[in-house]
Write a new protein. Structure first.
Length: 322
């Protein structure tokens, strides 16, 4: 099923290969990027960083239009109903494709996979595991042993139920067989305060979200759910080293409404890849816990489909326990 969707993407893109002239002077007016990110949060800051660099490269203004809410559906609907000329694009986030189609199964107003075509990767934000400073575990293996020694297990917090951080905790619990359970709180700041205060021992969250707790000494990082150790924090182990298969990140992907000429898509992809490879962009992204990949549109599509294959079953299980 997933392969057929990628085939659809590729076939749809091929319909527009005959229109390279449409990209020769692209862009010759401002470009708008619709995002589900709320203004000021980490994905928004990353998106604005990329947009600013593209503005400089294109000598045309690149504008971020924030449309948060409804699990990403508001932004997706706004991005779906635009002119298919490439002057309004879509900065999608992981939850829209990994969670929304399952939570809204049978209710979605359109098929995301047939409405948007992938352009390229803006960045991934790996989810990290942190513990209260007084938890008697110095690494992931010791934490698993500690949880399994406890009759009632251990609690873990995350930003919100069904979000990427929560799903990471569920993936970790499944893969590690640790005796853990999720505690819902009203947002990341509340959860972090609970962990700092010792009311909840464990938290899963992006590195940027955990930074205040790490800086004040209230929490300790035990690992990050990346494929391998991150280049700017090489002493932080990848959870994958101890529990194979625990790889998870929030991600921001550039997409186009289906129907935008492929020549435009390819140009935006090429320029985006130049931007995210710029040393100052890489450095700034790292401070935001964000890491990019050099992906073609087809590779970006493969990435999204692999994410759905991993997360949809987990989201379905989470939904059963509501």
């Amino acid at each position: 099923m997933k392969r057929s969707r990628l085939t659809f993407w590729c076939a749809a893109a091929a319909l527009f290969l005959s229109a390279p002239a449409q990209a020769q002077d692209y862009p010759n007016k401002p470009v708008t990027f619709i995002t589900p990110a709320a203004a000021g949060n980490s994905p928004d800051v990353v998106g604005r960083l990329v947009a600013d660099k593209l503005s400089q490269m294109w000598k045309q203004q690149a504008v971020i239009l924030n449309r948060p809410g409804a699990g990403g559906l508001i932004a997706a609907q706004a991005a779906a109903n635009v002119e298919k000329d490439g002057y309004t694009l879509y900065m999608s986030q992981a939850s829209t494709f990994n969670v929304l189609p399952v939570q809204q199964e049978g209710k979605m107003p359109f098929d995301l996979m047939k409405t948007f075509a992938p352009i390229g990767m803006i960045g991934e934000q790996p989810i990290a595991m942190a513990v209260n400073k007084d938890v008697a575990a110095k690494n992931v293996a010791e934490l698993i042993a500690l949880a399994n020694k406890s009759k009632d297990g251990m609690l873990f917090a995350a930003t919100n139920r069904g979000g990427q951080a929560h799903l990471t905790g569920e993936l970790f619990r499944d893969k590690s067989k640790a005796n853990m359970s999720f505690v819902h709180a009203a947002g990341g700041a509340v959860s972090l305060n609970d962990v700092i205060a010792g009311r909840i021992p464990i938290m899963f969250e992006g590195l940027a979200g955990l930074t205040p707790g790490v800086q004040n000494g209230g929490v300790r990082l035990l690992g990050v759910a990346a494929i391998k150790r991150l280049p700017n924090v090489p002493d932080l182990p990848a959870i994958n080293e101890t529990v194979p298969g625990v790889v998870s990140s929030g991600w921001i992907v550039m997409m186009a409404p289906m129907g935008v000429p492929d020549a435009v898509t390819q140009k935006v992809n090429a320029d985006l890849r130049k931007v995210v490879a710029m040393p100052d962009v890489v450095e700034k992204m790292h401070t935001l816990g964000t890491y990019s990949r050099d992906l073609t549109p087809a590779q970006t599509g493969e990435f999204i489909l692999s994410e759905q294959k991993l997360w949809w079953p987990i989201v379905r299980e989470v939904n059963k326990t509501k």
